[in-house]
Design a protein around this ligand. Structure first.
Ligand SMILES: [Zn+2]
Length: 531
């Protein structure tokens, strides 16, 4: 037998980083789909893989070269690096400030990724526009790559720069031929056209019109976070989705009760407004494929699109919630957290359905409360609370999700047993999300809730460091935090928002030591897809 060579220190470290992403295969139930719908899914996945291929080029200049050289090397050590390169779509560590972890090149990911020359400066980009004002639009376009040519800069539209786009357009047209739903068919035809022209407006409008379809898809250049230089350039991604019938029924039940939720909000009745009739579509789906930008690093469990404000103004937005991704995170993260920090006699109540319903009701709860400050016709709560808005708004959605569980209990739509599951799962979930840290609005929102409910004695810490709750105090605590948050929003009270964040949005010794107990539990998931 050959002896295994000892792994280098760096390889050991990278192996640990990969293990922060629990490997899991995502499956989706497609038994309710017809033969043609399944064939359509296959086409969309094929198209999605091209988006993935394009994103490798966008992620960083040498992402593909590093990946392919590791594949070629094929040693034990190379395989370890390759796994983490695949999670990160390149040699830069997303969990650790984009520091390079393999190969030779810049120490940190160049902020412009593969969208600009690696060594470009903002000054060079801006000077070019100053000297060539007619280039401004093409350079700042969301759909162009900036390259060097003859010592100067040049913008090339995506559909010319990426040869994959023509094949992508063809696959979307083939998918359209398989679509029996006319609204989906129309969208796919227009999306193919957009892929060839980089004008996405018409197809984004058609995407909002998709109706009564079992299948939906997010595909093309979508988000602009990967361009950390200017946030201009959009990254290719694909999310192929199948509607979840059962969860959609529950969502309908929740949505039907929105007027009850709104009228029951626990704050001064004078602040209560009639329900806003926004043109927002909320849908619960299962993911059959994630590729490109959305597959890099931490996996999202929902997407709110499109980003084009012109589409929003006329058609509103669409929020898709990824049920099987949530379930995967539940299984690999929430359950292990509960097994570590929930009181043993309560662990049996940690429940997958309670987790996904909590998230669904969180989204529904974003629509509750006030959009505008009380007594003002044009000052939105968002504007009034400025940079403090996101943490306060996420706290609102979470705490109202719990509060509305109680409303549904009172209406006889949920039972006591289910409420118990919801509370226990919620407490474990707080620790899942506060691990995102105080830099994230979600992390901060979870700290605010935990610290507040601990202070009120609603959540109890036992001698062994596990957590329980006080049945009487729990919903009192939920109602009083909801009151505080809703009132702060209604009054547009920027100072109060600051006080709440300052007082409750902090990590204390108890939280620090509890998080320490969770250090071997994955942060996120590393997914493959099968249906
Ligand atoms: Zn939210």
């Amino acid at each position: 037998m050959e002896s295994q060579p000892e792994l280098s220190e760096q390889a050991k470290k990278i192996k640990q980083l990969s293990e922060q992403f629990a490997k899991i295969e995502i499956t989706a139930d497609v038994s309710h789909l017809s033969q043609r719908e399944r064939a359509l899914l296959e086409k969309l996945i094929e198209a999605g893989k091209l988006c993935d291929a394009i994103f490798w080029k966008q992620s960083s200049h040498d992402a593909i070269a590093v990946r392919d050289s590791l594949i070629k090397l094929n040693t034990e050590e190379a395989k370890i690096f390759l796994e983490y390169v695949n999670i990160n779509y390149g040699p830069y560590d997303v969990l650790n400030e984009n520091v390079r972890f393999v190969g030779v090149g810049p120490e940190k990911r160049p902020p412009g990724g593969g969208f600009y020359p690696e060594d470009i400066t903002k000054e060079e980009f801006e000077n070019h526009i100053k000297n060539n004002p007619k280039d401004k639009e093409a350079f700042e376009s969301q759909y162009s790559v900036i390259v060097r040519e003859n010592g100067g800069l040049k913008a090339i539209p995506y559909h010319q720069y990426y040869p994959e786009t023509e094949k992508l357009a063809k696959l979307l047209e083939e998918a359209a031929e398989l679509a029996d739903n006319p609204t989906l068919k129309n969208y796919l035809i227009l999306r193919a056209k957009a892929t060839r022209t980089d004008d996405y407006y018409e197809s984004d409008m058609a995407w909002m019109d998709i109706e009564n379809s079992n299948i939906d898809v997010i595909i093309g250049p979508i988000e602009n976070y990967s361009d950390a230089l200017y946030n201009y350039k959009t990254a290719y991604e694909a999310v192929v989705m199948v509607k979840d019938i059962e969860a959609s029924k529950e969502l309908e039940m929740f949505q039907k009760h929105i007027p009850d939720f709104q009228n029951n909000l626990p704050y001064d009745k004078k602040y209560i407004e009639p329900v806003k009739t926004e043109k927002e579509i909320l849908q619960i789906v299962n993911v059959v494929y994630f590729g490109g930008d959305c597959q890099k690093g931490t996996k999202t469990i929902a997407a709110a699109l499109p980003n084009d404000p012109r589409v929003h103004e006329t058609k509103g937005g669409k929020k898709s919630m990824f049920k099987n991704m949530m379930e995967a995170k539940f299984k690999t993260i929430v359950v292990p957290i509960a097994n570590e920090i929930i009181a043993p006699e309560l662990r049996g109540y940690v429940d997958s359905k309670a987790f996904t319903s909590f998230v669904t009701l969180h989204e529904v709860s974003h629509t509750l409360g006030r959009g505008y400050v009380y007594g003002s016709k044009d000052l939105t709560v968002r504007k009034a609370l400025k940079e403090r808005y996101s943490a306060i708004e996420e706290t609102k959605a979470d705490i109202l999700s719990m509060f509305n569980h109680q409303t549904l209990l009172k209406l006889g739509k949920l039972d006591e047993e289910y409420i118990k599951k919801a509370i226990v799962t919620y407490i474990a979930g707080l620790y899942r999300s506060l691990r995102f840290g105080t830099n994230s609005a979600h992390g901060q929102a979870n700290l605010i809730q935990l610290n507040y409910l601990r202070e009120k004695g609603a959540i109890i810490r036992n001698q062994d460091g596990t957590f329980s709750y006080d049945e009487k105090k729990f919903f009192d605590g939920v109602a009083s935090l909801a009151n505080l948050i809703l009132t702060t929003q209604a009054q547009g009270d920027y100072n109060k928002a600051g006080e709440i964040i300052e007082k409750y949005g902090k990590v204390n010794d108890e939280i620090r030591s509890t998080v320490e107990r969770l250090k071997n539990i994955p942060r996120d998931i590393n997914t493959t897809y099968k249906f």
